[in-house]
Structures are given as C-alpha cells and as structure tokens.
Design a protein around this ligand. Structure first.
Ligand code: KIV
Ligand code: ZN
Length: 521
C-alpha cells in the first residue's frame, strides 16, 4: 500500500476565491488545524505578492511543528528570494516555482518560445535549489501543453534539482483517462538518479477534479494538491476531504492510503467555511449537511437494519459529533465554555463574554441548543468597524405607501448608540439603506443568501452576503447569525461594510493572487 502525501493550498489557491480574504490571524489558525488534520505540506501563500501574504507565510512558518511550509514563486529570482526570507523560520521549508508552458500561454501571455521557457526553468529551479533543499516545479496549464514538450519541461526541472513535479490542470480541462495517461507517461519517461514525486493539481471547471486527482494517484502520483471544501477561483480546486475519504473507502482499489486524520475532517471543513464566508452546500460530498441524512422511507428502513446498506461513510469517520452535552436555558458559563472546547472551536478569552450573552439570549427563545447552534454562534462573531461600532438592533415600520422605514441602531464598546433611519421598497432594502447611510462608502451588494442553521421553526438564520468595495474592486464575504432573519441580514451587511471600511483605512491588505501580477518579470 503506497502512502500519498497531501499538500493543502487553501491559503494560496483557495484564497483566490472572490470574496475570500483571510486575515493573517485566521491563516495561522487554519494552518494549525491543517497540521492537526494530517496535512504534510501547506502552501501558505505567495510571499512576493503583498506584505500580508509575506507576513502570513512568516507566521505560519513559526507556528508549524511537523508540517512543511511552502511559498509560491513565479520563475523570477526576487520571488524566490521573498520565499526564502518568509520561510526562514520554517522547520521544513519548500519553494514552489512555476511558469506556464501551454501554446496559448506561451504565445499570448509570456510571448516566449519553447526554448526560452526551458532556459527560464533551468535558471530558476537551479536558483531555488541553491536556497532550498526541497523545490517543487509546476508547468502551469500542463494539461493543454504538448505531451512531448511537457516531458522536456519536466525533465529540465528535474535536472535542475526539482524533487516534486506538480501537474496543474489550471483551467479544469482534462478528463480522468487523459490525466492518468499524462502521469503514466511522465513517470515512465522522466529520468532521475533520485526520487521524484509527482502530484496532480486539479481545478473543477468541468466537475471532474476529484476523479482526475484519483486517476493521477492510480497512475503513480505520490502527493495531491487541493483545498478544503474545494474553494478556489471559478469552480474551485479539488476538495481534499473528498480525495482523503475516497482513498480510505476505496483503499483496495487505489492501493494507496494517506496520513489524513479523517475524524478532524468536519472540524477542518467548518473552520474554512467560517473564515471564508462560504457556506457548505447541503449536498456536498463528505461534509455536506445531507451527507448523512436518509430522507426516503426505503433508505431509512435499510439504514436501521444495517447502516452499510446505504451508508458507505459513517458520520464518525469524518468526525460528525453527537450532542454529548446538550445545553439549555439553565446552562451556565462553565458548561458553555466546556461545549466550545468539546467542539474544538477556536476562541479567544475576550470572546467568551459576548458569546455567552448571545447564547443566553438564544436559550430564552430555543429549548434545545444543538451543536450546530453553538457552531453558528461562534461563526457569527461580529466584526467591528474601525471606530468600534457593530450592529445593535433594528426596528421596522410599514408605511401607507407600501414602503418600509428601518431604524438601525449601531453601538460601540462604550455603549454609545447611533441611530440611522432609511426607507426601502421592502424590509431588507430599508435595513441595507440604513446601513449604507451609517457607513457612507461605495459598496455594491453582489449576493444575499439565507439559510437555516438547524431544522425546525425555531432555527437561527444565517445570512451570507458578498459585497464589492467599489473603490478597490475587492470582494468581501461576510455572514450574520440571529434568531431573526432580518437581524441576521443586517449583521452580515454590517460585517461586510466593516471589512470594506477596514480596507479603505489600510487596516487589511487586499489579497493578491499570482494572476494579479505580471507573469514573468
Ligand atoms: O492552477 C495552477 O496552475 C496553479 C499553479 C500556480 C500551480 O495554481
Ligand atoms: Zn491552481
């Protein structure tokens, strides 16, 4: 049985998802959870892209004890130098050098010949190897590169010292059979006097990322790259939890295993969902809310007789916990904090007081507080604007002309209140107009989604929004949780506006992807 390593790029490729802007603190918390999940290497960022990305790679390097930390670099010496500086404190540093190789990228983006690209690879992989023991090389858009040229590219990188060869399906173009054949061909034909580990890096544009990744494993890949929950630009990257669980369930077929600690899967997935502001679809494989519910009568009958009739993945395998310590109206602060610990929810000491008071308010309205409610309470942590204001309350009045007037109360840490009034054609519009008035900045609402945290009429509501800062073009995701759906929506919009205001005040940097910077200079 072969062991397949996992490289997680949630903090680099995953952060290229519109609206996802992890703070440095969030990135460190995510990296710690990824280490606990059994990830062998974390691609922590693209240090040359922005001071924030550099800082995140530095801090993650210091925080990791067993997991390797990698930085992305274009085939540019200053990018490799930035990786070297950012990864100075990493126990196991890695540098990931890439350049595009497909005809369309060569002609239109790079304006370079095949030979020129081979020279660039040789020069920069050699340079990276002078600074790092472990260098990964990626031919971007590999799956649209001529196969014989791809072999030359890979051989050049290997001869220059790369030990990991990553084959990106950058635009999610390939199919399982075709991708498997690429791996077979390269592994059979690349020559080296030392071990070379090949990895797939699949995007999901045609919905085949998991199948493609697994086929690469079947054909000899020794490492896989992807993100948690499959986040990433466009249709995203391969979801690592799907690959890990598929390897576990179909171990015999793939003849491969991984070091992923499967019962940390749900915790990992929920943390990414919380920090990315991207809800997990109910029908998502492995971690979706419906993955373990059996609606139809026939299924229920079978599952009750023997769960294996319809359930190939047990909830326990991926860490779905049963309510072992139910909370209610009479639960005190101690029981509440114990529950936060039991659910392994990361929280700061200063957050306990506001979280507990939210819990008490909820317990007044709901008899049974489930684990999902507690997770939602933590996920719904409110973001203050730079002046320390957050959402306080709202009141609505219906007018004779069918418009609605909203009064939104914003409150700061000293209890100072600011009231804003605005009209709208409906309740949401009125509330959002009032929030706009408070913030007085240019923001465009891109999406608004309502979800229920639990079953039942007494469920808390979760509203997720995406907004664009019209001045910078940055997109921010934010969510709000409340028993009242309109208040949840107000909190989400206030949180999103607070992020925009922080960006305008220079308190948070814009996340910069390698696609935002010139390819090769
Ligand atoms: O998708 C891609 O090509 C990438 C490379 C930088 C590896 O993310
Ligand atoms: Zn990618």
């Amino acid at each position: 049985m072969r062991k397949v390593e996992f490289l997680d790029t949630t903090l680099r490729d995953g952060e290229q998802t519109p609206g996802v802007n992890f703070s440095v603190k969030e990135k460190v918390a995510i990296a710690k959870q990824l280490e606990k999940w059994g990830i062998a290497s974390i691609e922590a960022g693209f240090p040359a892209a922005s001071p924030d990305s550099f800082e995140a790679v530095c801090q993650i390097s210091k925080a990791m004890t067993t997991t390797a930390v990698s930085g992305l670099a274009r085939s540019v010496k200053s990018d490799i130098d930035a990786c070297y500086e950012a990864l100075k404190d990493a126990k196991y540093p890695q540098c990931h050098v890439f350049i595009a190789t497909s005809p369309i990228h060569r002609e239109y983006k790079l304006k370079k010949t095949k030979e020129e690209i081979l020279d660039i690879i040789k020069e920069h992989v050699t340079y990276a190897r002078s600074k790092f023991d472990v260098v990964e090389f990626s031919p971007e858009d590999a799956t649209r590169t001529e196969l014989n040229y791809l072999l030359e590219v890979v051989q050049t990188a290997v001869d220059a010292g790369a030990t990991y060869i990553n084959i990106p399906d950058t635009v999610g173009f390939t199919t399982p059979e075709e991708f498997g054949n690429i791996f077979k061909y390269l592994i059979e034909n690349v020559t080296s006097d030392h071990e070379i580990i090949f990895s797939p890096h699949c995007h999901d544009d045609l919905g085949m990322a998991t199948a493609n990744t697994l086929e690469a494993i079947k054909n000899g890949a020794g490492r896989v790259e992807g993100t948690v929950n499959g986040i990433g630009e466009r249709a995203g990257n391969v979801a690592l939890e799907e690959v890990a669980v598929a390897l576990n369930i179909r171990e015999e077929y793939y003849q491969a295993t991984s070091d992923i600690v499967l019962n940390e899967t749900v915790n990992t997935s929920e943390l990414i969902s919380r920090f990315s502001g991207i809800p997990i679809p109910k029908n998502k494989a492995v971690v979706g809310g419906n993955a373990f519910s059996h609606e139809s009568g026939i299924h229920q009958d079978g599952v009750l007789k023997n769960p294996l009739t319809y359930e190939i993945i047990t909830p326990e395998l991926v860490g779905v916990k049963h309510n072992s310590l139910p909370l209610g109206k009479l639960s005190g602060r101690h029981a509440f904090v114990e529950k936060l610990k039991e659910l392994e929810l990361a929280f700061e000491e200063t957050e306990i007081k506001p979280l507990f008071s939210k819990f008490k308010k909820l317990a007044d309205k709901k008899t049974e507080i489930t684990d999902a409610d507690i997770r939602a309470l933590v996920a719904g942590t409110e973001i203050e604007n730079p002046e320390g204001f957050h959402f306080g309350d709202l009141k609505l009045k219906s007018n004779a002309d069918e418009t609605v007037t909203a009064e939104v109360i914003m409150v700061n840490a000293d209890g100072e209140e600011v009231e804003v009034l605005a009209d709208g054609k409906g309740s949401v519009e009125a509330v959002y107009n009032a929030v706009d008035k408070f913030f007085n900045q240019k923001v465009r609402l891109l999406s608004y989604t309502i979800d229920a945290v639990t079953d039942g009429i007494d469920s808390q509501a979760r509203v997720s929004v995406s907004v664009e800062n019209s001045d910078s073009g940055t997109i921010f995701n934010a969510s709000g949780i409340d028993f009242d759906v309109l208040k949840a929506g107000a909190i989400a919009y206030v949180n999103a506006n607070a992020l925009v205001q922080k960006e305008n005040a220079g308190e948070i940097g814009k996340s910069v992807s390698f696609r935002d910077v010139p390819t090769n200079d």
